[in-house]
Design a protein around this ligand. Sequence first.
Ligand code: DLL
Length: 432
Amino acid sequence: MGNYFQKEIECASREQIVAIQNEKLVSQVKRVYENVPYYRAKMDEKGVKPEDIKSIEDLHKLPFLMKSDLRDAYPYGLLGKPLSECVRIHSTSGTTGRRVVAFYTQHDIDIWDECCARALVAAGASKDDVVQVAYGFGLFTGGAGLNGGSHKLGSLTLPMSSGNTERQIQFMIDLNATVLCCTPSYAAYLSESVNERGVKDQLKLKAGIFGAEAWSEEMRKSIEEGLGLKAFDIYGLTEISGPGVAFECEEQNGMHINEDHFIAEIIDPDTGEVLPDGSVGELVFTCIDKEAFPLIRYRTRDLCSLSRVPCPCGRTHVKMGKLMGRSDDMLIIRGVNVFPSQIETVLIKNGYAANYQIIVDRVNNSDTFDVNVEITPDMLSDTTMGISEREKHLVNDLKAMLGIKAAVHIVEPKSIARSEGKAVRVIDKRKF
Ligand code: DLL
């Protein structure tokens, strides 16, 4: 068992957690009904009154909110507090349609910072650590969230933001950073750059807190080796606050959801029916004590499962498994469901780095499916296997994993753009 930031709540009994959730849910629903006309209309439409919600057993009676609701209500329609009580906004990158703008009161920021502090402590950090925050700062929640958590903990915080890799490495070495926070794809890029410069032995890193995008277990191993640290997953989304909605403990096998603030459900994405623990489905969150942006039954479109198997770390909050990706990340190629993370698993198992791109198109009414992956410098010097042999090998392994055939192209080292934030792995030309 490790340390905790807020032991009493992180290790509370199930009865205590349920009691907190019941109380907070009942008052949150009342508050939202009174203060958010948009959600009141949804509840009225479904014939649900605040009095019908007496405990978390009644949660399923409440209407869902979807991303489209956030767009319809943009920008102020879901505000739970007057603007004068709000102190900040964050926003999603929103490549299509309107952006999502989330609001925060000071109370909301305090909760969020605490959630991120819990994540840092779970990764082994304390006030004696030096935390390098290499998530982007600004509208993106990554930088602000981990920065706030690190402050709360009292660690020395390096608010680097993402990018400027040379300077990141310099600070990491000169200021003895012990904890690195960034996206897994940027961590992989930093690892590559550190090893190219031959400075790994000058690093003091012991832990990394990597999230904001899907990453495979194989990628975890390769980052851990490359940077000499233990890599922890962290999950969150702007609509619900940002990073720290859930975080991994030393067991590194799933993320504890901060259940004193967020109630999680897994639903069948087609029917909306609530599924039992262990089933894979769409993750839905209810914020039970957020003030400014109090989303209820928000459908994340993220696919995973929940587990209540007791965790040896001592934390009692429910765990979500690694995300399979967003339901809208899932590609349907020739009628088969394909997740980029499955491709990543095959590539890394075969010794490649996570430098790949998936290109899908439609030619003469049939889908084309190409995977470009960089050869590593080690492979280049190994003459026992030629390029076409390597490609054939990957085609077979991908077919075994996915059930369909991809055209694999091994490309030169450094020919695929590196990412400093969330990586763009898929180019689906069928959508244009
Ligand atoms: O990515 C918040 C965040 C920042 C989380 C830093 C962790 C670390 P958004 O930009 O709103 O917020 O994107 C949210 O990213 O719905 C997931 O699809 C995906 N995502 C977030 N964390 C993970 C993760 C931030 N650990 C969307 N694994 C979410 C897989 C993740 N996907």
